[in-house]
Structure formats: structure tokens, C-alpha cells
Write a protein that binds this ligand. Structure first.
Ligand SMILES: [Fe+2]
Ligand SMILES: [Zn+2]
Length: 443
């Protein structure tokens, strides 16, 4: 796709409109209709039937819209329409920001003319401004209240069986093409994780670079990109790292990291232990959305409790730092409107005191959390995988929980966090056309 910034405004407008209609710009017309062409079409308070299915006309307090099918409203408010003019003088075509003061427009603004064609609706306003709206926009808001912002469609929930069909992309594809980034982010969106195979492991900086193809790395009080080698003095002892049950990271942040990545660069067994017999510290992944679905099916009350009871979470291990979210958060956060699960927050070690007065007793919460914990530990929920050098694991920290078994020897692991908003932006922009992306974020 051409860079929008290199195009002249008029051409840009036509490009955008053409892109929005999925055809060449030669057939399209300027977004804000010119006086000549508009006046030819306009008649005072009339309706021009260019299409038998849809038309618009001046109504009492809004634009009357006549279209086929079920409607939520008969008309669209004038002031709302004027505020949503997308013409080149109202919207900066580079930044898509509003270019005018909404509140300088008279609250009682009305059209002096309305006309419609098969392309869209033209409105000439009482203050002389001229606007044009695509039918897609008009129809959407006659039939719906808002744009669908959900990003959880088309998700594939999984259990242990994902071991035989592991989402994977190649390092070269991600490094060398936007299509590779599209594929990586689409797999993470669908499955909650993906491997990046054939990543060089002689230099952790190459892992950092492949992760930065998604978005910049998040800084936290632990630092940014990390490359961890245990103290080599430990190699002389039978150094064992403990198992970690499935959890999400950053439960103590208002906005927990969206992605987390691990790359095992090397694993050296302890002295006297062969690489084959050393405990390798297998990694554990559990699909939290799948586990929540199982919980809801088997014990709807427990699911309800985990979505309703809000808890304190904290990180207090570093001197002078105590981090806690802006408010209490439940384990399972659902969208208040759609009821769709949006985020899992689960690390029993970072959890604070179960409060009273949350609509359920602490005993009820413990009962629900016990059931949740039991589902997470079922063999059918767990995907165990041995990380190997060259295979980067990237997962959605709002959905997929991670853990590991005990390991011996020295593991050198590098990795990073990436913000949720930034990776979802990258997913949108590499997987969907500009029109769809703008509709979903602007409305
Ligand atoms: Fe962790
Ligand atoms: Zn305008």
C-alpha cells in the first residue's frame, strides 16, 4: 500500500475513498462534494431515488433514513452527523483527527439540502458546510448502536491436543515481511501464542529484534529486554529451580503486559549429569479462555464469582517499590455489555487478601478459585513443551497462562514484554484494510 503521507490531500482523499470501496480511485468522487456537482444533485428538502433500496431526507430532528431491513432508529441526529463529517476540512487526512471545534457549531444546526445517490448521502448545512456520508456509515448507525470493537472473534480454544498442531511462524518471514508479522500476530490472536522457529540463538539481540517487529519492548521495574544467566558459581552446586504453576504475569499492573516472550538460548546440565538425563524445565501453557469456558460449563456459579469478586494484587519484592493496580480486579474480567471474557489475571502468589463485601463471602471465593485451580491442573488443559534454542515462544498474557517444571543446570533465557494496545494495533494494521481498521477504532 502506498504511504498516505506522500500523497497530495485531494489525491489522498480519493485514495482513501477508493480503498474504502475496494476499487480504483478513478471511479470515486471527492469526500466533501464540490459545489458544482452537489448543486446539480441537490433540491431543497427532497429525496433523489438513485437506488430503490435506500434514501435519505430531511426529518424533524434528524436525517430520515429509508433503508430495507431491521432498524434501531428511523433518523440520525443532525448535530451528531455534523460532528461526524469526515471531509478533508473537518478531518486531518494524515492523522484522522478532528480539525474543528465541535462546540463552535450551533447546537440547532439543520440541513438546508439533503440528497442521496447510490454512493452516499450529501448534506448541505444551514451554515453552508457540505458533508457527504458513505452508505456504509449511515446504514451502520441506523441498524446498530456502535461499531464492534471486539478482538476476540475467531479464537480457537485449546487444551493438551494443541501439542500436535503448534502455531508456528518462521524467523525469516517475520524479519523480512509485513506478511510475516501479519501471520505471527494473527496466530497469537487466534491461539493465544505462537512459536517463531529458526531464530538465531548465538546472539540475544536478534531475539530482541524479532520481537520488536511486533512493537517496542515494555519497560518495567525489572527492566526491558532481559537476558538472564544464573551466577556461574551456582554451576558447582546441584542448582535446581523450582516448578511454577500456570499463572499470568503482571497481575499487579493496571494494564498487564499484552505479550510475553521467552527464548531458551542454551541449557547446560549440572556437572556429572548428561544433557539427556538432566531435568530440562519443560514449559507449561494453559489456555485461560478455554479453562474459563470449562469452568462456566461445569460450575456457572464459580465462574460468576471469579468475574465478580475483585481482589488486590501487588508486587512488593523490590526495595522502595510497591506496585498495585488502580483498583481491585477480578480473576476473570468480562465485557459488561457482551459478557465476553476479556482478560485473565491469575497468580496466586501475587494475590492479596480476599476482601469482604464483594457480593460473595471469602469462603465462596475460595470454593470458586479451588475449582478454577483444579481445571488449570488437569492434564487435558496443559500443553507441555520443551523449549529449545532457536524456538522463540510468544504468548498473549491476557489469555494464556504459563509455568514450568523444575530444572537442573544453567538455563540462559532471554525475553520481553510488549504492551497489549501496541501488539493489537500491529495485528489490526497487518491483517485488515485501512477502512476496517479506522472503522473499528473511530466508530
Ligand atoms: Fe511468569
Ligand atoms: Zn466537513
Amino acid at each position: 500500500m502506498k504511504s498516505f503521507r506522500t500523497l497530495k490531500p485531494a489525491l489522498l482523499r480519493r485514495e482513501l475513498l477508493a480503498a474504502s470501496r475496494g476499487r480504483s480511485y478513478s471511479r470515486s468522487f471527492a469526500l466533501c462534494a464540490t459545489t458544482t456537482t452537489t448543486t446539480q444533485r441537490l433540491r431543497v428538502n427532497n429525496v433523489r431515488h438513485y437506488s430503490s433500496q435506500k434514501s435519505a431526507s430531511v426529518g424533524g430532528d434528524g436525517l430520515k433514513v429509508d433503508i430495507a431491513g431491521a432498524k434501531k432508529r428511523e433518523s440520525l441526529p443532525y448535530f451528531w452527523l455534523r460532528d461526524n463529517c469526515r471531509c478533508a476540512s473537518c478531518i486531518n487526512q494524515d492523522t484522522r483527527q478532528r480539525n474543528f471545534n465541535t462546540f463552535a457549531i450551533p447546537a440547532d444546526i439543520k440541513p438546508s439540502n439533503v440528497s442521496s445517490t447510490s454512493e452516499g448521502v450529501f448534506v448541505k448545512w444551514s451554515d453552508g458546510h457540505e458533508s457527504q456520508y458513505d452508505w456504509d456509515f449511515i446504514q451502520h448507525y441506523v441498524k446498530e448502536d456502535k461499531r464492534d470493537r471486539s478482538v476476540t472473534h475467531d479464537q480457537h480454544y485449546w487444551g493438551a491436543e494443541i501439542a500436535s498442531n503448534q502455531p508456528t511462524v518462521s524467523y525469516n518471514d517475520v524479519m523480512n515481511s509485513e506478511q510475516g508479522v501479519a501471520e505471527l500476530t494473527a496466530k497469537i490472536q487466534k491461539y493465544g501464542f505462537s512459536f517463531i522457529d529458526s531464530t538465531p540463538h548465538h546472539d540475544p539481540d536478534l531475539t530482541r529484534q524479532v520481537l520488536e517487529r511486533i512493537a517496542f519492548i515494555r519497560l518495567t521495574h525489572y527492566g526491558g529486554f532481559y537476558d538472564f544467566i544464573p551466577d556461574l558459581a551456582m554451576a558447582d552446586t546441584a542448582y535446581t529451580n523450582l516448578a511454577l504453576p500456570a499463572h499470568t504475569d503482571n497481575t499487579y499492573f493496571t494494564d498487564p503486559s499484552g505479550l510475553q516472550a521467552f527464548h531458551l538460548l542454551s541449557h547446560t546440565p549440572p556437572p556429572g549429569v548428561s544433557a539427556e538425563t538432566a531435568q530440562g524445565g519443560a514449559s507449561l501453557l494453559v489456555d485461560g479462555f478455554n479453562a474459563a469456558r470449562v469452568l462456566k460449563k461445569e460450575d456457572p456459579k464459580a465462574y460468576e464469582i471469579l468475574t465478580k469478586v475483585r481482589l488486590p494484587w501487588h508486587a512488593s519484592g523490590n526495595a522502595g517499590i510497591t506496585i498495585t493496580p488502580d483498583k481491585l480486579y477480578p480473576v476473570l474480567e468480562v465485557d459488561g455489555e457482551t459478557g465476553e471474557l476479556n482478560r485473565v489475571r491469575w497468580n496466586n502468589d501475587d494475590r492479596g487478601v480476599v476482601p469482604f463485601g464483594e457480593g460473595y463471602t471469602p469462603e465462596e471465593w475460595y470454593g470458586a478459585a479451588r475449582k478454577w485451580d483444579e481445571i488449570l491442573r488437569r492434564g487435558e488443559s496443559e500443553f507441555w513443551v520443551q523449549l529449545t534454542p532457536g524456538r522463540v515462544l510468544v504468548f498473549d498474557n491476557w489469555r494464556v497462562m504459563h509455568g514450568r517444571s523444575a530444572f537442573e543446570g544453567i538455563r540462559r533465557i532471554c525475553g520481553a514484554y510488549i504492551n497489549r494496545d501496541d501488539w493489537i494495533s500491529r495485528w489490526r494494521n497487518t491483517n485488515f484494510d485501512r477502512k476496517k481498521v479506522l472503522n473499528s477504532v473511530i466508530g
